[in-house]
Design a protein around this ligand. Structure first.
Ligand SMILES: *Cc1c(COP(=O)(O)O)cnc(C)c1O
Length: 326
């Protein structure tokens, strides 16, 4: 499988420009002091729908052939929201499949974005089977959350913006789960700035890509509850795009603990007045804990802000893990 190219990412940027926010890259005095290098934060948690996933979802939707009946996905999280929003913007029908275990407020949030919700089964796998069934039965196009070239190219537009705003960037820290984000960002950054190092950051609890890279092939890992819930889930045993791209383009992958993620969420709130979810705090966690030693001008991606307000408050009050009262 060939990798997504710089030209693919530039095309995606032109396509999605009108429907996504070009987010700021802001210097962080506190992190620059701590790390001893200039640190900049890419404010992608301020993206529409609260996470960067709108870029990939919009690129996928806007790349569909005319006459497409609609799109379908199984996701309760940031991808589901992004796809529902992108489909509505494009005037396309969207169905999101959820399991019965998904809380009512999440169902309502997807419905509020104009998507049809199908509730089936008791697990994410059941919901995915329903999405596959609907795709076949109704002629809908399934849009996966990361392992798809249009998704990778859309997320890669973040890399274009980082190099445009910080041409001498030498280190980029990227939250890593399925790898759609890092595959796109690394492709863009390395094409424009070959000296730059791209570092992936995952949580220790259930790091599927890190385990797979070590094994040299996609591996299933047990999914564990984590503050970085948007980084949970596997990379797919028959991964087509993101495993190979990550293997080839990413210089290093580091893992952070739950307590380090909590410290990252607190730091970015106290020092920058930004609210981010756990998945978005892992880059800062890696800097604060010293697990990454950045070289030169450094960009840290803040990827999303969709955290439960009660959980955010507990963390600000000192909680260092899920379910732990301060
Ligand atoms: C999806 C997501 C990620 C990880 O992106 P991948 O393409 O799966 O690696 C990171 N942060 C947030 C907030 C996300 O929603």
């Amino acid at each position: 499988m060939p990798l997504v190219s710089l030209a693919d990412i530039q095309l995606a940027a032109a396509r999605i420009g009108p429907v996504v926010v070009r987010t700021a890259l802001e210097p962080s005095p506190s992190l620059s002091r701590l790390a001893g290098v200039p640190v900049h934060l890419k404010m992608e948690h301020r993206q529409r729908t609260g996470a960067f996933k709108l870029r990939g979802a919009s690129n996928a939707v806007l790349s569909l052939p005319p006459g497409t009946r609609g799109v379908v996905a199984a996701s309760t999280g940031n991808h589901g929201r992004a796809l529902a929003h992108a489909a509505r913007e494009a005037g396309l029908a969207c169905t999101i499949c959820l399991s019965r275990l998904v809380p009512a407020n999440k169902v309502a949030a997807v419905e509020a974005l104009g998507a049809r919700v199908h509730i089936r089964g008791d697990s994410q796998d059941d919901a995915q089977r329903e999405a596959d069934r609907l795709a076949a039965a109704e002629g809908l196009v399934g849009v996966p959350p990361f392992d798809h070239p249009a998704i990778v190219a859309g997320q890669g537009t973040i890399g274009l913006e980082i190099v445009e705003d910080l041409p001498d960037v030498e280190t980029v820290l990227v939250p890593l789960s399925g790898g759609g984000l890092i595959a796109g960002v690394a492709a863009a950054v390395k094409a424009l700035s070959p000296r730059a190092r791209v570092v992936g950051v995952s949580m220790e609890r259930g790091a599927a890509m890190a385990t797979s890279l070590q094994a040299g092939r996609p591996i299933e890992v047990e999914e564990l509850p984590t503050l970085a819930d948007s980084l949970g889930g596997g990379i797919g045993l028959s991964n087509d795009w993101t495993f190979e791209a990550t293997r080839q383009l990413v210089d290093e992958v580091v893992l952070v603990t739950e307590a380090e993620i909590a410290a990252g969420i607190r730091h970015v709130y106290q020092e920058e007045r930004e609210i981010v979810e756990g998945a978005a705090a892992v880059g800062i966690a890696a800097l604060l804990s010293g697990r990454v030693r950045p070289r030169g001008a450094t960009a840290v991606l803040l990827t999303g802000r969709n955290i439960d307000p009660g959980l955010h408050l507990r963390i600000l009050n000192g909680a260092d893990a899920l379910e732990q009262d301060a």
